[in-house]
Design a protein around this ligand. Structure first.
Ligand code: UD1
Length: 370
């Protein structure tokens, strides 16, 4: 018999919102659960945050901790302090954190020290690259979480290798893909292709924001030289992340990334776009070049070739069972792989990436908390 339970969900940065949306929706349909949604405020611009709440019909957060930007210690520490005072005043049966951003770790740590059970959604992913802040967040969050919800069986295997016992692990599939399936029809209605004067297959789509790519001038210039080859064949649509914008400006590379600049590059640079616009751009791209984690998964489900501009991925299933190709940041590798994979399509998809991961989460967590 399931009794009414209270869950506290944490959302902080753009990629969290797509993961939180189906979880919250599943709770809203259930009589057995009530919930609180907390936004830590790590991402705060309208086009990095509010737009996603509106487009994905996520209810307004019950509380915004307004943490904002800053160093890792600043963000993590301020989140912990603010969340600790919240938890001291407000009872909950479980704190649910998603993904691998600073708030994921900060809120998991805070809840555990208050003896509150923690569930981690998207558990078990590993890049094995401890220079990535997200890898530290993933390792530390999984080490202290009580319930580890994985997107695919390779993550279960990894957790077991790290000594996690079977009873803590539950493979539910991919909550981000729940959101993708929920929004495909609405995304099809978006006008973004008309606005930028493109048609299905006519462009490459680029996103870049990893510190390892955009905070290092030589790496960014190496990527840029590869992109100049791509741009001779296809215009490159480039929604610009705030971190990347700042870095391009500080390196004086604005001209190189501008549309039709000096007859070499052919970039269509956009402000960060909403979820629906991005989904339409992704679905209809000829090929994608990215260092994002989520896009590796979304392109897999959509069958669009994805050149991942990183030396590693925490999502290897998108390579073995999807359309992802690990390219790195070397200019020649970008050129060769672009020539090989442009105009290709794939139709493979991992099991349980089927739009029902959040329902599986809710029925499992309610059994565990009962
Ligand atoms: C964070 C996550 C990363 C995720 C990414 C998606 C961590 C360690 N990193 O990185 O895993 O892939 O979000 O975007 O948690 N900024 C704005 N407006 C905003 C948000 C940020 O101007 O709405 C600025 C910040 O002030 C900062 C820069 O962008 O200067 C980077 O933001 P930050 O939250 O530190 O990290 P991300 O690079 O976005």
């Amino acid at each position: 018999m399931t009794h009414s339970k209270h869950l506290t969900f944490i959302a902080a940065a753009r990629p969290n919102f797509m993961k939180i949306a189906p979880l919250v929706r599943a709770c809203m349909k259930s009589d057995s659960v009530s919930f609180t949604l907390i936004h830590t405020g790590q991402h705060y611009d309208k086009n990095m945050s509010d737009t996603f709440f509106e487009q994905l019909s996520i209810p307004q957060p019950d509380l915004n901790l307004n943490i904002g930007g800053g160093s890792h210690a600043t963000q993590t520490g301020n989140t912990m302090i603010a969340f600790e005072s919240y938890l001291q005043e407000n009872k909950t049966d479980c704190v649910i954190v998603v993904g691998d951003v600073n708030a994921t770790l900060a809120c998991a740590l805070t809840a555990k020290k208050q003896h509150i059970p923690v569930a981690h959604i998207e558990s078990g992913l590993r890049s094995f690259d401890r220079s990535m802040p997200e890898e530290i967040n993933r390792l530390a969050t999984d080490a202290i979480s009580d319930f580890l919800y994985t997107p695919s069986p390779d993550a279960d295997i990894q957790l077991k290798k790290e000594g996690v016992t079977d009873d803590k692990i539950c493979c539910i599939g991919n909550v981000m893909i729940d959101t993708l399936f929920n929004n495909l029809d609405a995304a099809d209605q978006s006008n973004i292709l008309n606005t930028i004067n493109q048609s299905p297959g006519s462009y490459a789509l680029l996103t870049l924001h990893r510190p390892s790519n955009v905070d290092d001038k030589a790496t960014l210039e190496g990527i840029l030289r590869g992109l100049e080859h791509v741009a001779k064949e296809l215009p490159i649509v480039f929604p610009l992340h705030p971190r990347t914008k700042k870095q391009i400006e500080s390196f004086g590379l604005e001209d190189a990334f501008n549309t039709h600049n000096k007859g070499t590059a052919n970039f269509i640079v956009l402000e960060p776009v909403g979820y629906l616009e991005m989904l339409k751009l992704t679905k209809n791209a000829n090929i994608i070049l990215t260092d994002s984690g989520g896009l590796q998964e979304e392109t897999t489900v959509l069958g669009v070739p994805c050149l991942t501009l990183r030396p590693n991925t925490e999502r290897p299933i998108t390579i073995t069972e999807g359309s992802n190709i690990l390219v790195g940041t070397d200019t020649e590798a970008i050129i060769t792989n672009f020539d090989k994979y442009k105009n290709t399509k794939s139709s493979r998809k991992p099991d349980l990436w089927d739009g029902h991961a959040a329902d599986r989460f809710l029925s499992d967590i309610l059994t565990r908390l009962d």
